[in-house]
Design a protein around this ligand. Structure first.
Ligand SMILES: [Zn+2]
Length: 294
């Protein structure tokens, strides 16, 4: 019933001024918990696949993952989109379109504007011919303050240096035909070592120019009030991964350390970690304002 592409899901979100949480599902169990959380909240949800996960077993995992998650999405009582997160390999992106994703992201944001437009358009042409929607990225949401690229003078790779340029955005959307766009307004991927400061003026400007929904990456660790404000100012998709992992591994560590033996059934060891992950998903759904919008 519920498998949809990202365009219809996010256009509704944009009209009604809420945001849809997008969660990376590295395992089938994680995906099940994300869907459970969305069903309990009566919220639409985006399940994302990550290239390193999908390429396991010489690429065999791609088919297994989609086989299980398509079934999960079809059985769900809320709308679910299956979205490929951050592809940088065009051949792999095309494989994912062929294999059954309903939406894909092609991230050429480290390239020049010309090259980003050319590559994103290639992804759009291929995906749209197969009824699949596309997200691209303009400006660059880096891993800067995460991976500790701290330079000798104590400085770090500053996300403010890669903000999305409004003029470039206008041209990018027109020339590529993407369905939604990840913008850089001050967030970073991973776990922050400095609290991010979002550029809301820039977000206002971008939202006024954009006729497609905007996406925020680096949602994990971004303070709640800043996320809420970003949603008010037009962010329609929020990507979350690191916070789910912190919750999951935190509980798993406790379980393993407190257990007298390591011969624990996997399902037992995973019980609390997966519940903790589900709690994060539910909190983010509330923050996005998508509860009750299914
Ligand atoms: Zn991202």
């Amino acid at each position: 019933m519920a498998l949809v592409n990202i365009k219809e899901m996010l256009e509704k979100a944009r009209r009604e001024k809420y945001c849809v949480g997008a969660f990376d599902a590295s395992t089938i169990e994680m995906a099940m918990k994300i869907v459970e959380a969305a069903e309990e909240k009566r919220s639409p949800v985006i399940l994302m696949g990550l290239t390193p996960d999908l390429q396991q077993g010489n690429g065999a995992m791609l088919d297994y993952w989609l086989y299980c998650l398509r079934k999960m999405a079809e059985d769900a009582t809320v709308p679910v989109c299956l979205h490929l997160d951050h592809a940088t390999d065009m051949d792999f992106l095309k494989k994912c379109v062929d294999a059954g994703f309903t939406s894909v992201m092609y991230d050429a944001s480290v390239n020049t504007l010309e090259e980003n437009i050319r590559l994103s358009k290639e992804a759009v042409d291929y995906a749209h011919a197969h009824g699949v929607t596309v997200e691209a990225e303009l400006g660059h949401v880096g891993d800067g303050i995460v991976s500790g690229e701290v330079k000798e003078d104590g400085d770090y790779d500053n996300p403010d240096d890669y903000l999305t340029d409004p003029e470039e955005m206008k041209r990018f959307i027109e020339e590529t035909g993407v369905d939604c766009l990840a913008v850089a307004v001050g967030t970073s991927h991973g776990v922050y070592v400095h609290e991010p400061k979002l550029h809301f003026d820039r977000l206002d400007t971008l939202n006024a120019i954009s006729d497609i929904p905007m996406v925020m990456h680096g949602g994990s660790g971004t303070p709640d009030d800043q996320i809420k404000k970003a949603v008010e100012k037009g962010i329609c998709k929020l990507n979350i991964y690191s916070e789910m992992l912190s919750a999951y591994y935190g509980e798993l560590k406790k379980k393993l350390e407190s257990s007298g033996t390591l011969a624990i059934w996997v399902v037992k060891a995973n019980e609390k970690p997966l519940e903790a992950l589900k709690e994060v998903v539910k909190e983010k759904i509330d923050l996005c304002g998508s509860a009750g919008k299914a």
